[in-house]
Design a protein around this ligand. Sequence first.
Ligand code: ASP
Length: 314
Amino acid sequence: MAENGHYSLMIHGGAGMLESLKDPKTASRYRQSIHRILEHGREVLESGGSALQTVATCATLLEDDPLFNAGRGSVLNELGKVEMDAAIMDGRDLSAGAVAAVQNIANPIQLAHQVMSKSEHVMLIAEGALRFADQCGIEQTPDNYFYTPERIAQLEQARLNDKIVLDHDETDSEDEAQKYGTIGAVARDLTGNLAAATSTGGMVNKSMGRVGDSPIVGAGVYADNETCAVSATGYGEDFMRTLIGKTISDLMLMKTLDGVQATAAGIDYFKRKVQGRGGVIVVDKNGQCSRGLTTKKLIHGWIEKSAESMVGFD
Ligand code: ASP
C-alpha cells in the first residue's frame, strides 16, 4: 500500500543540448520559471487539489510562458504554421484526453482536458478539435499571439539547413539563445492519486499534419495509480516506437521495480532499441521522483514528498 499524507510534483521544459544554459541569464530565466510554476503546483496540492488539477494548472502555466515550446511559444512547421499536440491522463481510472495538430488554441492542455471530461473520445484532431473547442466555449486565439520573431528566425534556420529539428536539437547549435522546449507535468496528490500532462508545438519545420508522441497515451504521457505518472520530451518518433510511458509503467507492474529503477530500465530500452533521443520525468505511486535522459540536458524541476522545490538541467 502506498503511504498518503505527502505530495510530489515534477515538471519539465524540454530536452536537448541547450548551449544557451551556459549563459547565466538564460539559465536563471529557466530556473525562475520552473521554480515559480512548481510553487503554483504546490499551492494546488496543499489545498487538497487533485493530481489531475495540478498537472493541468502547471501545464497551462508552462504553455503561457513563451520560454517553452508549447502553447504561446510553440515552434513553426514547414509552412510556418503552429500546430500543437497535448494530452492529459488521470491515473485513477486511466481516463485520458488528447488533441493533435490544433491551431489557434492558447492552451491545448485545457482542450485535451475537455476532451477527457466532456466527450466520449480520447483524441480529437485539427478541425474536429477546433469544432469541439467551440462547443466547449474555448475561443480561438489570433495568430499574432503565437508568431514571435524568434520562432520565425528558428524556422528560417531549419529551412536553410533543410532539417526537421527538435526545438533544442544537439546538432542545431545555431542561435541557441532562442531555443525552448516542450513541456510536461506529473504529480501525486495527498491521497496518492497520479496524473500526467504533456503539451508541445512539436518539431521545428515538421511536416504539416505531423503528430508526435506528446498526445499519444503510453508514449509521451501516461499515468496509472498502480505504478507511476510519466511525461516525455525529445524526438517524438523515437518515443512513439518504444511507448516509453507505458514501458516504464509496465516495468514497475510486471517486474516489481520502483520508479527510479523502472525509469533507468525504460531509458536503457529506449537507447538500445531505437537510439532514442530525449528524456522523461516520472513520479511513482510512492511519490518518488526520477528522471532519465539520453540527451545532454533536460530542463526540469521537482518537489519530492512535499519537500522544497528543486530545479535541474541534467
Ligand atoms: N516530443 C515532441 C515531439 O516530437 C518534441 C519535444 O519534446 O520537444 O513533438
